[in-house]
Design a protein around this ligand. Structure first.
Ligand SMILES: *Cc1c(COP(=O)(O)O)cnc(C)c1O
Length: 232
């Protein structure tokens, strides 16, 4: 098992330093531990080290892990961050606390219809294709305003903000460009009278750039759990 105590501590230090540089309070940025491909035992290890928010990408893998860790369910916050097909929305609506990867209105409508009435509204972020890559999911910037307004009106969802996975870039300055664009879109939506509080952006390799541009949730996998092995 990776040294989770050390890695989580190191991540909190990276966040704190970037926040300091940006003149922000470190506690305004939440660390989401992305545990996809890693076993439930690693999630439990990170939990024992104090981590509470976990991100998963694959529905079946996540459901198995949530089930295995049922004893921790009331204190873990589970975030779904992967591509979501419309025929897989029901278990996500039933089992997760957050979905960051809402990339079209139809998915949001299904999640809202399927969110059980005994649970609080599902927290969601609208995923934006901020780098405009043809292969990437997410709404385009011009589409985002209208889609966000429609999602915000759904009864069983709470639209919290925006999420993006920018194209990788080498320097911090280059990494900041798409993060800045997402923040500017976020500000436009807030001026449009949407009450948003979440900018989900920044991963292992670009979290400093994201924090400097206003990230409130950074999603970190590799730097906590190690390199992923997709061979099985
Ligand atoms: C895998 C993944 C991450 C974590 O990426 P790392 O580079 O391992 O930190 C973050 N966000 C999303 C949407 C992911 O799929």
């Amino acid at each position: 098992m990776p040294d989770l105590i050390h890695n989580l501590e190191a991540m909190q230090q990276r966040i704190a330093f970037a926040a300091h540089v940006a003149g922000r309070a470190a506690r305004s940025i939440e660390l989401l531990a992305v545990s996809k491909t890693f076993p439930a035992g690693d999630v439990r290890g990170a939990y024992n080290a104090g981590q509470r928010a976990f991100g998963e990408n694959y529905v079946q893998e996540a459901l198995t892990k949530i089930e295995t860790l049922a004893d921790l369910r009331s204190s873990i916050v589970w975030h779904f961050i992967g591509p979501l097909q419309s025929n897989k929305t029901r278990p996500v609506a039933e089992q997760f606390d957050w979905v960051h990867s809402v990339d079209r209105l139809k998915i949001a409508q299904r999640l809202s219809e399927q969110r059980p009435g005994n649970l609080p509204p599902l927290n969601v972020c609208l995923q934006v294709n901020i780098s405009g890559e043809a292969s990437k999911s997410g709404v385009s910037v011009p589409e985002a305003v209208e889609v966000a307004q429609s999602i915000a009106a759904l009864p069983r969802l709470k639209l919290r903000g925006l999420m993006a996975i920018p194209e990788p870039a080498g320097t911090i300055d280059d990494q900041r460009v798409p993060h800045r664009a997402l923040r500017e879109l976020f500000e436009r939506l807030c001026n449009d009278s949407l009450e948003l509080d979440t900018l989900s952006m920044g991963m292992s390799s670009d979290l400093e750039a994201a924090v400097m541009e206003g990230a409130t949730i950074v999603r970190v996998g590799t730097a906590i759990f190690g390199a992923r092995d997709y061979s099985n």
